[in-house]
Design a protein around this ligand. Sequence first.
Ligand SMILES: Nc1ncnc2c1ncn2[C@@H]1O[C@H](COP(=O)(O)OP(=O)(O)OP(=O)(O)O)[C@@H](O)[C@H]1O
Ligand SMILES: [Mg+2]
Length: 265
Amino acid sequence: MTPAIVTERLRKVYHGSGRASQESASASVPGAQAGDTVALDGLDLTVNEGEFFGIIGPNGAGKTTTIGVLTTRVLPTSGTARVAGADVVKNSVTVRQRIGVVPQRPNPDRSLDAWENLIYHAAYFGVPRREAARRATELLERLEISGKARMKVDQLSGGQQQRLMIARALIHEPIILFLDEPTVGLDPNARNSLWEILRELHGQGRTIVMTTHYMPEADELSDRIALIDRGQLLALDTPEKLKLQTPDGSLETFFIAKAGRGLDA
Ligand SMILES: Nc1ncnc2c1ncn2[C@@H]1O[C@H](COP(=O)(O)OP(=O)(O)OP(=O)(O)O)[C@@H](O)[C@H]1O
Ligand SMILES: [Mg+2]
């Protein structure tokens, strides 16, 4: 079976960020200069088709950068990444057609209302207007923001904007869905709705890549979890196997033991 995602020796160096201490240690890596941030440091990942792949790691570990490269938003410094059969640099348009993205920070078009955000996005991906309207209605209902359809995005609360981002990521029915901390700011109802939607998509065989700091979420949803820190893969396995490595069988303990600052980091 062809993997949904393959990265090889993926590196991303942000130049001249001027950050101190921790990152300047990474700047001793060849090709990096003082003040550079090595966000991805030779990341090799394979995500299988239909897999629910969780990514966890401390703040600044490189999770969003990984998602950025895989979704063609961030240009890698070196290495390669193939997503849904296409190279993220050479065939970024093809990759974009095949993926849906829920970014860490909501980025709707603020000049449009919620409904238009969905319809324009669907049109961009070639979904016929009538079908787009049907899907938009269904998604807004599902995410319980139907009442906000004709409101400008700035009139939506933070959590409602996040729900809109989820609807937008799904409207063109992508093969692979990327979600970067999708449940931050969502109330328990919305979180449950999202989990239900994600389980359903997973059940339909979609590939899902999700970052989260909420360990029960990673545990509950993921087939496999990658723990990354300083742009490197520290661990990759099923939640069950990762939890077996700790005395209390909790993913949180595993995280802290492997990537907790001030312990063995
Ligand atoms: N645009 C940028 N310019 C310079 N440095 C950046 C940029 N984006 C990220 N970085 C740096 O790259 C590193 C990885 O950042 P990234 O956003 O990928 O981390 P993360 O794992 O998503 O963290 P969090 O859990 O806080 O969201 C950090 O040290 C960050 O300061
Ligand atoms: Mg992030």
